[in-house]
Write a protein that binds this ligand. Sequence first.
Ligand SMILES: [Cu+2]
Length: 300
Amino acid sequence: MKKHEKKNYIDAVLCLSKRKAISGYDNTVNRFDDHHAVHNVQTPDIHFVGHFLLWHRYFLATYEKALRTECGYKGAQPYWDWSLDADPKNTSSTAWFNSPVFDPKTGFGGNGAYVEHTPQNNPFGIPGATGGGCVQDGPFTEKAFTPNYPSGPECLRRDFIPWIINSWADPAVIAELMKSPDYTTFAFNMEGIPSFDVPAVHGSGHFGVGGVLGQLGNVENSPADPLFYLHHGNLDYIFWKWQQMDLKTRLNQVGGPVKSFGYGGENVTLDFKVNMGPLAGDATLGDLLNTKGKTLCYTY
Ligand SMILES: [Cu+2]
């Protein structure tokens, strides 16, 4: 993106964070909080399920629509391709900290201030976290931007973990994912399992940037970080590219469990409906498979 395009996008996000909330969820103050809250409230129903990818696709489109219709944004929803920043040969490299996406002037700002990680605040002993406190520079420091949901205003925190981006956003991991033969396998391979021992593309941006103490690393509250939408934008882009490889099949195929971790139980179908709570109407998975369908209208 050109410099002015980046600015227009970030300005629109800041604008959304100044418009009055409509969702009615406790502690939502503004329209940015509304989106965060809907993700938080639905968390148990939208992760480790067959509709994970399509729910998040619809969520992104809903957010993009709010930026466009309520904040006059004219551009497209950007994505962050972390595989361009990863250094799989040197997993402890911090080179990706200098990615343009974190630029303090034209990007989203960088890491949080360093906070000591202890068995209390890092109960799973995840190694290598380098931040954990409030973001120090860029447009989303505490004086300009505070997520208010779920429990009142707080600063945006990040907690960069070098090895996670370097090994989980490895282009080779993504190339392997692209070989998934069907929707159910693809969706499962992308989302991964809740383990730090198995690389998962979905976990790369979440835990690489949010780490242990940042919001982006928290399954419920990850949309408190505006980068959530660029991280999930890239997941959607990868999903879209995978669909293009066999559109005839992949515009008409879903699968995976209705209930979280319900593998082997009831599976979702094309008629299965997802909802955005107070943000938008319901949509079927069959419709959301198509980015140019009844509900969605975009391409890459
Ligand atoms: Cu999510």
